[in-house]
Design a protein around this ligand. Structure first.
Ligand code: SAH
Length: 213
């Protein structure tokens, strides 16, 4: 069974981009979560994926993807592979996806899962995503799925002129805001827009603290 009903709920909640809705209805969120929470996979709620991390709420995945509006063939960098679900949505939209995860075990599981599902063009990296992926820059679009306290400068620098960046910013467990940053051509100042109050797991700087399993 695919996530048709989940996606119907997103449509009712105001997600209008049919490409995004179609990309999500072709996936099974249950394939991306541990067996212990599989029964809740069709709920519009974040779920634990191990190591204290979560797969985002489907509405947030849909909203962020709709705002980012990745086009086929675009190079999109994601910070925070996690379960691989958001990366799968981007790949189904035809983007060439570069995804960075700081926790090796999560990165390995996501990579195996996405390769098994055969979803498109994805590149994986284990490391600190606040540094971006300099060897592959510039990117058409960058998406952060964990929240740094402040926007990491490397991410802005790795956007092509005209590129867009979407990231939740704010203190751990506190008031975070999803912001969109557009890098204008030339030396003009970045265009920054606040979109939505959100709550994401923190984007760590350097190696993450060890979490009990
Ligand atoms: N996009 C994911 C959401 C996962 S939660 C999904 O669809 O499931 C955010 C993820 O960001 C976690 O897996 C966490 O380990 C990772 N993360 C946190 N800080 C990071 C950093 N500095 N670099 C890369 N990944 C990071």
């Amino acid at each position: 069974m695919s996530d048709r009903e989940l996606v119907e709920g997103l449509r009712r909640n105001g997600i209008v981009d049919t490409r995004v809705l179609e990309a999500m209805s072709g996936l099974r969120r249950a394939d991306f979560v541990p067996e212990s929470v599989r029964g809740s996979a069709s709920l519009d709620a974040p779920l634990p994926i191990g190591e204290g991390q979560t797969i985002s709420q489907p509405y947030i995945v849909a909203y962020m993807t709709q705002v980012l509006a990745p086009q086929p063939g675009e190079r999109v960098l994601e910070i925070g592979t996690g379960s691989g679900y958001q990366a799968a949505v981007l790949a189904r939209l035809g983007a060439e996806v570069f995804t960075v995860e700081v926790r090796p075990a999560l990165a390995r599981q996501a990579r195996e899962r996405l390769e098994r599902l055969g979803l498109g063009t994805l590149h994986f990296r284990v490391g600190d995503g606040t540094l971006g992926w300099p060897e592959e820059a510039p990117f058409d679009a960058i998406l952060g799925t964990a929240a740094p306290e402040r926007l990491p400068p490397a991410l802005y620098q790795q956007l092509r002129p005209g590129g867009r960046l979407l990231v939740p910013v704010g203190p751990q467990g506190g008031n975070q805001e999803l912001i969109r940053v557009i890098r204008p051509p030339g030396d003009a100042a970045p265009q920054v827009e606040k979109l939505l109050a959100v709550r994401f797991v923190p984007m760590t700087v350097g190696a993450p603290a060890i979490q009990p399993h």
